[in-house]
Design a protein around this ligand. Structure first.
Ligand code: AMP
Ligand code: GLY
Length: 427
């Protein structure tokens, strides 16, 4: 199979830096470009200042640079139909068309699909009006989960501990304009209890390959406290997902999900990221995302023995059946360095100083970074860096990652101190 020689990666986060690095490591030695990228990606690959929501600009860039494959990182361009436009122009793309991106962009669409195909998920009610929403609330126990339908950058989900908090969330979403159009429809969903895991699946129609397991840390604070974020750290493998449990997840959730999506007439090519709660009565779907996770990617891709380019190319060509994945038997752990204040307001422009050498197995992926006028690398986003360490044990990976986090100088840096602690403490 001849692999593409020129690839455009769309996005600007740690996920995209990991994609760029991993694709550059392909034995096919492709040329890799990125739009818009960040200061770290620019050290590895040419970057072009085209925003992720500029679909026409990204199409024009792919045509001008004659790329043979576009790999789309974030959900926004997918939901805006970037893949549809690229395919219409005969440019191969890894990432679903807008119909597939709806599985992430509309929580009510996904919940209806899960219920229709009897895929395990929490019971839920659908509402556009306040009065029936409140009436339903009063029939359910607390805690209860209120979800805005549309994309809300991780902020559209409220796990309400009390009825008063739940009522306030219903009002905020349906009457307020805090969530804009994303909040004009809501889901009220029963609370699931257990550990979460991220199952990333490379999908091509009815064929799929499950990537190595991982767990994210969504809350800002140590001990899983404080508000939800995009993700503060990850590790892979997630030992809580034993081979027997992964088999069950495949049988009860992955296979039925892929079949349901195909049965709905969606020709899905890209990553289906299934957020799963491991409840006492079995695995249950929390959500789908239609892209690689961030920071899951920073621990999953470095563990692949298989050439990522060969895998993604097989998916875009519809040649995924029988694809066998080789995974390194090492542990990966990623600590996200954020700007102090994130996920609320935070400063930009703080100078970052990197240690001159990194411990073996450590890679620093850039997320929200830029260069200032003096040419120094500075903070430019909420999540700034992802420090990934690979080691024979999770504990060694944590030690190496944290030594690097401590050695990176930046006045406004913040990171959790307990990434991986749950798995380490279980032993
Ligand atoms: P989502 O944006 O759907 O990923 O939701 C964000 C986070 O809210 C999830 O990662 C969970 O931690 C939490 N969450 C969402 N739905 C539920 C639920 N039904 N029960 C408990 N927690 C939930
Ligand atoms: N880390 C969770 C996400 O990418 O949505």
């Amino acid at each position: 199979m001849a692999l593409p020689k020129s690839i455009l990666v769309v996005g600007s986060g740690g996920r995209e830096h990991t994609l760029v690095r991993t694709l550059l490591a392909s034995p096919a030695k492709p040329r890799v470009l990125c739009a818009p990228g960040n200061a770290g990606i620019a050290q590895d690959a040419p970057c072009f200042p085209v925003a992720v929501d500029d679909v026409a600009g990204l199409l024009a860039l792919a045509q001008r640079e004659q790329v043979e494959l576009v790999v789309v990182g974030p959900e926004i361009p997918l939901s805006l139909g970037l893949a549809d436009r690229l395919l219409a122009a005969k440019i191969p793309v890894y990432g679903p068309k807008a119909d597939g991106a709806r599985l992430e962009a509309s929580k009510t669409f996904t919940k209806r699909l899960l219920l229709k195909y009897k895929i395990p998920t929490a019971a839920a009610g659908f509402f556009t009006e306040i009065a029936p929403a409140l009436a339903y609330l009063h029939t359910r126990p607390v805690p209860i989960v209120i979800k805005a339908d549309g994309l809300a950058a991780g902020k559209g989900v409220i796990v309400a501990q009390t009825a008063a908090e739940a009522e306030a969330a219903v009002h905020d979403m349906l009457a307020g304009n805090k969530f804009g159009a994303a909040g004009s429809q809501i889901l009220i969903e029963d609370c699931l209890y257990g550990e979460e895991t991220s199952i990333l699946v490379v999908v091509s129609g009815r064929d799929y390959v499950i990537l190595p397991t991982s767990q994210d840390h969504k809350r800002i604070g140590d001990g899983d406290t404080g508000p939800n974020t995009g993700g503060m750290g990850t590790y892979s493998p997630a030992d809580v997902v034993t081979p027997a449990l992964l088999d069950r997840i495949d049988r009860e959730i992955v296979r039925p999900s892929i079949d349901a999506i195909a049965a709905e007439g969606i020709a899905f090519c890209g990553t289906l990221f299934i957020g799963i709660m491991l409840t006492a009565s079995g695995p249950s779907v929390i959500e789908y995302n239609t892209r690689f996770g961030d920071p899951e990617t920073q621990v999953v891709l470095p563990r692949l023995e298989t050439d990522l380019l060969a895998l993604l190319w097989a998916a875009t060509r519809g040649e995924l059946a029988g694809f066998s994945l080789a995974v390194k038997s090492i542990h990966a752990l990623c600590v996200v360095i954020a700007a102090k204040g994130y996920p609320e307001a935070y400063a930009k422009g703080d100078v970052i100083t990197f240690p001159s050498t990194l411990p073996p197995g450590v890679t620093v992926y850039h997320a929200g970074t830029a260069r200032n006028d003096a040419g120094r690398i500075v903070t430019n986003g909420g999540r700034v860096l992802g420090v990934t360490a690979l080691a024979p044990t999770l504990s060694q990976a944590a030690t190496a990652a944290y030594a690097t986090c401590d050695a990176i100088q930046c006045s406004g840096k913040y990171f959790r101190r307990d990434i991986g602690a749950r798995q380490l403490n279980r032993r």
